[in-house]
Ligand binder design. Sequence first.
Ligand code: ZN
Length: 177
Amino acid sequence: MAEPEIDPLPILRAPDARLKSKTRRVRPDDLAEIRAVLPRMMAAMYAAPGIGLAAPQVGLNLRFAVIDLMPDDKPAPITLINPAVEQVSETLTTREEGCLSLPGHYAGVTRPERVVVSYEDLDGRKQTIEADGLLATCLQHEIDHLDGILFVDHLSALKRNMIMRKMAKENRLRKAG
Ligand code: ZN
């Protein structure tokens, strides 16, 4: 039998005020709501396709995000609740980033190469991830979202404005179409 279809949540496109606000911390009594919304949030991430999606991108003002780098091409989602960057390496690295809220736009962003991130899992247990490479970039990108920061905010004003102007134009065309 086919599995029931999960209706993916719509992903907000920049510019949108909800992408620019700092989220509030998740409390234990929020966990039921998060569990209920997660399948639709993950469906949106996989459909895009993307490797991370933060709550503000689906209009939720809560400090959590999901990531899945699909190691071995199999789903392995991690739900990060109240994540925080605890340690960063002095070594920086520049990696091309994109964002499901700025689809089709990419730019090199310079960030610490390695990070230690603390978070809570869906059972409220404290967890720690030590990461480098793509995972380190992804973790920092998603935690930025929870503070109302987009990857373009790390770019020069010139590059940021160029991308945001294109987004505004694309948004107008979408509304007109
Ligand atoms: Zn993003």
